[in-house]
Design a protein around this ligand. Structure first.
Ligand code: NAG
Ligand code: NAG
Ligand code: NAG
Length: 193
């Protein structure tokens, strides 16, 4: 028997949403999902110019969380101040910063969570902070889920984490009657009937 694979499409995604204060809908439209290409973020030229106008020289509030290798945060001894941020997600964020000319201020989620919907319909964690526009962006490895899509926007996924359930291989059976094993009982016993 083969190892059963559960391809949980754990799509780790960085930049969840861009919702600068004021004109949120407009900003959102201009940063609609595009695809990542070998040259970077494939945004049409017009959109690129619009987005640049909106983002140039602005400081965006960014919520992030330590999770190597995507996000590697260097913290001060107080455990709260972020001194330095590196990793795969930040390489992408830095490329965007260069392209659009914005700055960022980093924050940790107030409760250390990625974000799930609570019973009363509100969100906790980073998803909640983006949903309530307390920050402009969430930069982290997020699992894209249908539920979360109701509260925030994701960029398109750039990383897929295949998860698998492992099982021991079946034990080899006795070789004694191996020659008749492929046949059903009736067939294997026919010659002796
Ligand atoms: C960028 O923003 C800073 C502070 O918000 C301001 O002092 C500076 O003049 C701005 N630079 C440009 C080129 O707009
Ligand atoms: C929703 O529930 C959370 C946790 O139970 C609570 O902190 C929050 O204030 C509630 N929000 C509203 C709007 O009721
Ligand atoms: C926040 O999440 C709720 C769903 O939980 C959604 O109805 C609402 O539109 C979201 N807010 C924004 C600004 O997208």
């Amino acid at each position: 028997m083969k190892v059963k694979r559960l391809l949980l499409l754990l799509l780790l995604i960085c930049i969840t949403c861009c919702r600068p204060a004021g004109g949120a809908a407009r900003d959102r439209r201009s940063l609609q999902r595009r695809s990542w290409t070998s040259d970077g973020f494939d945004v049409e030229e017009v959109r690129l110019r619009q987005a640049r106008q909106q983002l140039w020289n602005r400081t965006l509030q960014v919520v992030t969380i330590h999770r190597p290798p995507f996000i590697i945060l260097k913290m001060a001894t107080d455990g709260k101040t972020i001194l330095d941020a590196q990793g795969f997600c930040f390489e992408m964020l830095n490329a965007l910063k260069e392209k659009y000319g914005f700055r960022t201020e980093l924050r940790l989620p107030y409760d250390g969570n990625w974000g799930k919907r609570l019973e009363n319909g509100t969100w906790n964690g980073m998803v909640g902070m983006v949903n309530r526009s307390e920050v402009n962006l969430g930069v982290a490895g997020f699992t894209i889920s249908q539920v979360r899509e109701e509260g925030i926007d994701f960029t398109i996924p750039f990383y897929e984490e295949p998860s698998a359930i492992l099982m021991p291989p079946p034990k080899p059976g006795s070789k004694l009657f191996a020659v008749v094993r492929p046949f059903s009982w009736g067939v294997s016993t026919t010659p002796w009937q």
